[in-house]
Ligand binder design. Structure first.
Ligand code: GLA
Ligand code: CA
Length: 831
């Protein structure tokens, strides 16, 4: 039945396509043209053409500012804008498509054309982009066994429907139809995910059937792996960052396709920020020199990002291995900053780009659409406790079977994309266990083990016990002496779904059954310690969807019962939450805060949240993004186009609770203020292994220069820890740097790095974000680097998670010319 309905929907959709095409064509101004691949160059209407593209993302810019940002890109001397299409913003509910307002991607393309810019479209279906689930809709995960980015029939069916819908918007805007779109990308960096060429071919065929045979299709990937997914009939382009050795990046392509045009499809101007680590920057000089070099060699590029913007609401993603959620700002240290202003990088770039503007004057730099304003400090005086956000229409006692069961349910099973869930169970009869020598009510300590995605706070009978934070890889919490029948409550907030690597199948909530291990102690001697593990098997789940409407309702419920400020900081959830409507004894501090600020003049501002805990912010009903006290981001960009003269409303949902419920607007963002419990470095001397009597599994020296190298061991070695001792660098005086490491098993296959953790590093440049984990973060442009002036030798120890048998090590130095910091002599240990 479901299938039949789907087929009907599909047919109906096709019927409406010509009508939509007419609508879109109304605004097309150019004559039909061509964009093709010639001998070592692209050809625009038959003439050699170098693509100078600026990557910008329409959902990361408020619509009223779109044209300004496009003009800013043009003022840099760019001739093209490059955009992703974000599936999950267009199809937030299965089968309901939205291409209006801030989602009107066709309008964005028309604005580009109006301003004399071409457009490159990258419609996924997967886009990465530090965006929730890499652009895939969360509801795909309602089908638990779905295979993402593979030929899973359901996945492919949904992909094709989505691409068809995008095509209705954009196919009329190809250059062949007189529009600005010159190229469309097939998938995204598939080589760093899989090698399923038939899958990539199916995406290609789907796009070809939508955009026509004449439109140029291309693939982007890293120089180290593009052959894994490169299709013979598509253009291949390379992604790499500021500072990379450009000739090296194109070497392999040149060998395989000597006559192909060269293009860096993502030249990373900066980098993204994650919660709990320093703000990332990249030197302007390196970026500008790299682009100058490319232009002097006729190499096309897209500058990723030229303007990064903001991942508003809950749209920021997360990286893996491990779990590294991205902050709300997507400033990216790009030449045009988060709020659309020119940075020093912008001016340097513009100066260089002028050399390649055919002697013509550079386009003018447009004036910002809004001034920057401040807002004096004010208090958010209204409060509604978190339980007012409970979705009372979705409860077990209201016949929602999913809301309870013998195990906690994931958000996806609870049919909720984003938000928080309160999981409740009764504690088992731990004191009733018959253990010889242990009396029923003897003292015991308990350890709770949970797999929480992503931030769990644990309560017993409403009393806060502690947190289990996935970002820190935490899985356990010690519970105090507990009693049978007490209520165990676990409040789990989901953050962005992982957007990179195999871990994109990232379910939220409690993703497995929690266990409680009790250590029983006798007060009479005899057996003094016994361990028993319990698995509670009755769970209730209450949803708190992340949604402005939910917040508003929370205050409606509160009207009858105002809460006093004095109670705000008591971190108590209170038992019997299900009777919350009648009870006073509940979560204080955690919940919704509402306040107002008056404006005489509207403008862009940066609201400061450094006194708050963790959560979401809504201004005049617009979801502004996530906040988290740990930083580095402490302010949220609030665009003036969403503010108004007079009274403006702000609601903060704080799942942890603020130190002080105050906010103020400032003229500059704060993107680099950490408030951590302890530093992220791995230099705890107790973790340093004693290698004096250990035998290395390999001793030798790496070659100089860029690119991967493999060191085979004499014989397979076993161990849980990998230690790499760096005795010297290729260039004396360099700080040691390593971009990536892999280990191979005796069959020559790479071990999964998913469970890897940095155990010890004697030196790490934390200010530059060059910690030990950068050698297994899947990114070739990031690296571990030792601090300035720290003495050789250097030691990095990685915990592989469990004992492994290893036969070889793969090593990648930095991507920059001359591979700065590359290691010469080394010793490798496995223990
Ligand atoms: C890759 C992806 C992009 C983005 C960058 C990092 O190149 O293709 O979507 O994630 O990495 O910013
Ligand atoms: Ca790396």
């Amino acid at each position: 039945m479901r299938n039949i309905i789907r087929k009907f929907a599909f047919a109906a959709m096709l019927l409406t396509a010509p009508a939509m095409m007419q609508a879109a064509q109304k605004n097309v101004v150019n004559k039909p043209g061509t964009f093709t691949t010639g001998n070592k160059t692209f050809l625009l209407n038959g003439q050699p053409f170098v693509v100078k593209a600026a990557e910008v993302h329409y959902p990361r810019i408020p619509r009223p500012y779109w044209e300004h940002r496009i003009q800013m890109c043009k003022a840099l001397g760019m001739n093209t804008v490059c955009i992703y299409v974000f599936w999950n913003i267009h199809e937030q509910k299965e089968g309901e498509f939205n291409f209006t307002g801030n989602n009107d991607v066709a309008e964005f393309c028309r604005l580009a054309q109006k301003n004399g810019m071409y457009v490159i479209v990258r419609p996924g279906p997967y886009v990465c982009a530090e965006w929730e689930m890499g652009g895939l809709p969360w509801w795909l995960l309602k089908k638990k066994d779905i295979k993402l980015r593979e030929r899973d029939p359901y996945f492919m069916e949904r992909v094709k429907l989505f691409e068809q819908k995008v095509g209705e918007q954009l196919a009329p805007l190809t250059i062949q139809n007189g529009g600005p779109i010159i190229m469309v990308q097939v998938e995204n960096e598939y080589g760093s995910y899989g090698e399923d060429k038939p899958y990539v071919s199916e995406i290609r065929d789907c796009l070809r059937s939508i955009y026509g045979k004449e439109l140029s299709l291309f693939q982007c990937d890293w120089s180290s792996n593009f052959t894994k997914n490169g299709l013979d009939d598509l253009t291949w382009t390379m992604n790499f960052g500021t500072g990379a050795n450009i000739d090296q990046q194109f070497r392999r392509l040149g060998e395989l396709r000597p006559n192909a045009p060269k293009m860096c499809s993502e030249f990373w101007s900066g980098w993204f920020d994650k919660w709990g680590a320093r703000h990332e920057t990249r030197p302007a000089k390196d970026m500008v020199e790299g682009m100058d070099e490319m232009l002097s060699k006729g190499i096309s590029f897209s500058l990723y990002m030229t303007h990064g913007g903001t991942s508003f609401g809950h749209w920021a993603g997360a990286n893996s291995p491990g779990f590294a959620p991205d902050v709300t700002s997507y400033d990216y240290d790009a030449p045009i900053n988060e709020y659309g202003h020119a940075t020093p990088k912008f001016w340097e770039l513009r100066k260089m780009m002028a050399k390649y503007n055919n002697g013509k004057k550079m386009p003018a730099v447009p004036k910002a659409p809004m001034p920057i304003i401040t807002v004096p400090k004010f208090e958010l005086k209204e409060f509604a406790p978190l339980y007012n956000g409970f979705d009372y229409k979705y409860t077990w006692w209201d016949h929602k079977e999913e809301a309870h069961g013998d195990r906690p349910k994931t958000f996806e099973e609870l049919d909720m994309g984003w938000g928080t869930v309160l999981y409740t169970t009764r504690l088992p009869q731990i004191d009733n266990v018959k253990v010889e020598g242990v009396y029923p009510n003897d003292a015991f300590t308990c350890t709770l083990t949970i797999d929480a995605h992503d931030y769990a706070q644990v309560f017993i009978d409403g009393k806060y016990i502690g947190k289990v934070d996935r970002v820190k890889n935490e899985k356990t919490l010690t519970l105090p002496g507990i009693k049978q029948g007490q209520e165990l409550q676990i409040l789990v907030e989901g953050m962005g779904r992982i957007n990179f690597g195999r871990a994109i199948k990232d379910f939220k909530g409690l993703v497995s059954k929690p266990t409680i291990t009790a250590e029983l102690h006798s007060h009479l001697g005899g057996v003094d310690k016994t361990e028993v593990t319990f698995t509670p098997n009755q769970w209730e789940c209450m949803r708190i969807p992340d949604d402005y409407e939910v917040a508003v309702k929370a205050f409606e419920m509160q009207k009858t019962k105002p809460t006093t400020r004095e109670k705000l900081n008591e971190p108590v959830i209170g038992r019997g939450y299900r009777y919350a409507k009648n009870s006073d004894d509940l979560i204080f501090g955690r919940g919704y805060y509402r306040g107002y600020f008056e404006l005489k003049k509207v403008g862009d501002t940066f609201l400061n949240f450094e006194t708050w805990g963790k959560g979401q912010v809504y201004v005049n009903g617009h979801a502004m993004g996530r906040i988290w006290s740990i930083g580095p981001q402490q302010t949220l960009y609030v665009p003036g186009c969403w503010l108004k003269k007079g009274k403006n409303e702000i609601i903060v949902l704080d799942v942890v609770g603020p130190r002080e419920a105050v906010v103020w607007g400032q003229t500059e963002p704060e993107l680099n203020k950490l408030q951590l419990e302890k530093s992220n470095k791995h230099n705890n001397i107790g973790d340093k292994p004693d290698l004096n009597s250990a035998t290395p599994v390999a001793i030798g020296s790496f070659k100089a220069g860029n690119g991967w190298q493999t060191i085979s061991f004499n014989a397979p070695a076993k161990g849980r820890y990998l230690a790499i001792e760096c005795l010297s660098t290729q260039k004396e005086g360099d700080r040691v740097a390593i971009a990536e490491l892999y280990l191979q098993n005796p069959g020559g296959r790479r071990l999964s790095r998913e469970p890897w953790k940095t155990k010890y590093a004697d030196s790490e440049d934390e200010a530059g974000n060059h910690l030990g984990d950068k050698v297994f973060d899947l990114q070739e442009s990031t690296y571990w680097q030792t601090e300035k002036g720290s003495a050789m030798p250097h030691l990095l120890v990685i915990d592989l998670g469990s004992e492994q048998t290893v036969n070889a090590l793969e090593y990648l130095p930095r991507a920059e010319q001359g591979a700065p910091g590359s290691v010469k002599n080394f010793r490798i240990y496995l223990y």
